[in-house]
Ligand binder design. Structure first.
Ligand code: GUN
Length: 247
């Protein structure tokens, strides 16, 4: 999906497979090669990394200026400090969805379910980063949260990124709430492929009760890809000194 999207907009992409058996040095060497290549503007280490590969080794080796995911510790630090170099793709895509749907987040209660390094944590930080993005009160919940339903029900905006198929039911959602479903779960199904993709939210149960509900597939997923293209363009613009107008 990412490679096709690059092709569609005219961004050249290269794909490198690293044999997990080759160890951390091989992974570091591949990333460094891309760091040193002046023709490469952006690098993304596809997560999750295979078993036996250290995710943090890969992420820390990426040149922070080419880190279009925004996962390098330096860039995480800048995000937490309220000055992101790159806005992480999925959280940025969620912000764009909220803006496009004219959701007023000023003073809103936003509850995020899931504390992953890809979605939950960077989203919470992004929502807190700039006052002009709305002065929301952000609550981060997770698998060990006590009385989760009580916390999700009072949210004006509920973002679910827990990786648990269809576990958010009607009882967990306040009437009229904006619900952003980030989950993409494969469940066995009587289809040609033998499975179907479902979100973390029980769509049928929550549709009509929520004010806004994003579908899976087709909701947040394409926004993640779009924001990756955005960050790649931003990286290229900064590196080349050629100004590109990005909204
Ligand atoms: N796997 C799932 N989402 C993402 C993402 O945003 N970036 C990377 N690198 N891997 C992912």
């Amino acid at each position: 999906m990412k490679r096709r999207a690059c092709e569609e907009v005219g961004i050249e992409s290269v794909h490198r497979d690293v044999d997990p058996a080759a160890g951390a040095d091989a992974l570091r060497a591949t990333v460094r090669e891309l760091n040193d290549d002046p023709a490469v503007d952006g690098i993304l280490v596809q997560l999750p990394v295979p078993e036996g590969v250290d995710r943090s080794v890969a992420v820390r080796t990426v040149d922070p200026e080419k880190d279009v995911d925004g996962f390098h510790p330096e860039n995480v630090g800048r995000l937490v400090a309220g000055d992101p170099r790159f806005r992480p793709c999925t959280p940025h895509g969620i912000q764009r969805l909220l803006a496009a749907a004219d959701v007023d987040t000023e003073g809103a209660d936003i509850t995020v379910v899931g504390r992953s390094q890809i979605v939950g944590r960077p989203l919470a930080n992004l929502l807190l980063a700039r006052a002009e993005d709305g002065n929301a009160t952000v609550t981060v919940c997770h698998s060990r949260t006590r009385d989760l339903a009580e916390k999700t029900r009072r949210a004006d905006v509920l973002v679910v990124a827990a990786g648990r198929p269809e576990f958010v039911d009607r009882e967990m959602v306040g009437e009229g709430a904006v619900v952003i479903d980030v989950g993409v779960n494969r469940v066995d199904a009587d289809t040609e492929r033998g499975y179907e993709l479902v979100g973390d939210v029980d769509f049928e149960a929550v549709e009509g009760h929520a004010g806004v509900l994003t579908p899976v597939p087709g909701g947040v997923g394409p926004m993640t890809v779009a924001m990756l293209l955005y960050n790649a363009t931003l990286a290229a613009s900064r590196r080349s000194g050629v100004d590109v107008e990005l909204s």
